[in-house]
Design a protein around this ligand. Sequence first.
Ligand code: NAD
Length: 249
Amino acid sequence: MRMENKVAIVTGGAGGLGEATTKLFASEGATVVIADVLEEEGRKIEANIAEMGGVGLFARLDVTDENQWKDLVATTVSRFGKLDVLVNNAGISGSDPDTLNTDMWDSLMEINAKGVFLGVKHAIPEMLKAGHGAIVNISSISGVVGQDYVHMGYSASKGAVRLLTKTAAAQYARKGIRVNSVHPGVMAPMLTSKTTAPGEVRDRMIASVPLGREGTRLEIANAVLFLASDEASYITGAELMVDGGFTAV
Ligand code: NAD
């Protein structure tokens, strides 16, 4: 199994891409902490993982709250002895019709960018103790190219994730910690999607995908699994586009 004996935290693990990732990790032998604000959904996934014969634990986390991060990492290490992998996946959408809304900018930067920084900050001390670790940060195609249908703050937050990943990789590579980013393309809408929910904009987005369709959640989870696993032992600071060619043209 590709994640045997590994302990992983997946933020936003109670839904969407995070749910696919937690379940895939568990099926590959990892112990998975499902960290999310959605308690009922998270507990359901914890139960699903137990039914699969895996080990999962739901832990409430708002990624913007530094004290909750401290508690989460402490709980993970006291329950499971270590922390090998962190997937910073939690996020909110920027597909808001008001692309100049200042409150939206603040929320996007707070959750999508600062939330990832806090995760990296609090995971690294445990990984340093162990002498190894892998962090996978979920950015987006929006962190790489401009789009006319998302709030500028979404692009800025995902661009921040892309570059903070490379700097963290540069700073911690010699200590055995790898940090990479995954960039999903057009996927099933997020819980918070507005303009990119099914409709004209979404049809236009799909028409821009060379492979001609949206991606599946498992296709993203497979990329995250690869970067989190020892198969990617010589990969750090990389940005992996999982976008059907969207950013290639
Ligand atoms: P989703 O809305 O289905 O899931 C996001 C999860 O994050 C939810 O479980 C939600 O409760 C959680 N979350 C939100 N705010 C949180 C907070 N403050 N603290 C803790 N958890 C919080 O979206 P998704 O499609 O699964 O997106 C996952 C990641 O992938 C996000 O970072 C998103 O920006 C990125 N992404 C998604 C798409 C897409 O089209 N769906 C495309 C590119 C990138």
